[in-house]
Design a protein. Structure first.
Length: 279
């Protein structure tokens, strides 16, 4: 970790200096969410951080373990009994929540920004309920956690495929691509089965927490690592379709080109005579 930090913050113009400076600047903007106008890189990287809650939790455990010299870790460094753990793992969702409020402040459009903020609010509540269940236990907290988890999973999955990927659109902007239902009219990837597979895998990834409810003779730490790995893979898949949808929106709203077509014809000097002859 020390080597990685030294390379990342090295002030010398070596080892991809421009990229490192851009990355550090982007992380700084995320940490100051709410103070800056939100750019694509801000919420895209913050979304990536939302899939790294397990890594944040284990990083906290590593710091505690080194500070305790790896002695009696079960009682001193158990993440299920450390009050700071849920607050640290909630930071990515909190940053996205602030970004959504900032976008609403800048645009005054409640849709989709306030609904998106509601999604992260549900994730935050679900996270704290889960850690309460891990710490205190009991059937009532377990049922509460399951209910919030179902609500959050449905909320986030629907947002993934409908808002982030632009799928399941009906009406003049939907209706499927070349006879394929539930997809867009414009698709970047030529194989339509890829989209259907992505929808199924995203659904399974959003509901992967249900594996904790199945009685299995599997180590809890190993199960947590497996679920974290599934979430990273789900996010990796999400990236491709999120960027695809962003690209199509940029092209459709003429944000990716310099010349924007106007709804009327403009005569250019020297072309008027030719136009009259053609008429």
């Amino acid at each position: 970790m020390a080597t990685t930090a030294a390379i990342l913050f090295c002030p010398l113009p070596i080892t991809h200096f421009t990229s490192r400076r851009w990355f550090i600047s982007s992380i700084g903007r995320i940490l100051a969410s709410g103070y800056y106008r939100v750019e694509f890189r801000d919420f895209f990287l913050a979304d990536e951080m939302n899939s790294l809650s397990y890594s944040i939790e284990q990083f906290e455990f590593a710091i505690c373990a080194y500070s305790q010299q790896w002695n009696d870790l079960g009682s001193t460094c158990s993440t299920s009994h450390m009050w700071i753990t849920p607050f640290l793992t909630a930071l990515p969702a909190w940053f996205r929540f602030l970004q959504c409020l900032r976008r609403y402040r800048d645009t005054l459009e409640w849709f989709p920004h306030l609904l998106n903020a509601g999604k992260y609010s549900a994730s935050l509540v679900n996270l704290f309920v889960y850690f309460s269940y891990r710490h205190f236990g009991g059937p009532h907290l377990k049922i509460t956690w399951i209910c919030f988890s179902i609500l959050t999973s449905i909320y986030t999955f629907t947002w993934d495929v409908y808002m982030d990927w632009g799928l399941f659109r009906f009406g003049k902007h939907g209706g499927g691509a070349y006879g394929h239902p539930f997809l867009r009219q414009e698709l970047v990837y030529s194989k339509t089965w890829v989209y259907y597979m992505a929808i199924i895998l995203d659904f399974l990834g959003r509901f992967s927490w249900t594996l904790r409810l199945i009685p299995m003779k599997v180590n809890v730490m190993l199960l947590s690592f497996g679920l974290a790995l599934l979430e990273v893979l789900r996010r990796w898949q999400w990236n491709f379709f999120r960027l695809e949808n962003e690209h199509l929106n940029n092209c459709g709203q003429f944000r990716a080109i310099k010349d924007i077509p106007l709804p009327f014809h403009i005569r250019v000097a020297g072309d008027s005579d030719e136009d009259e002859e053609e008429e």
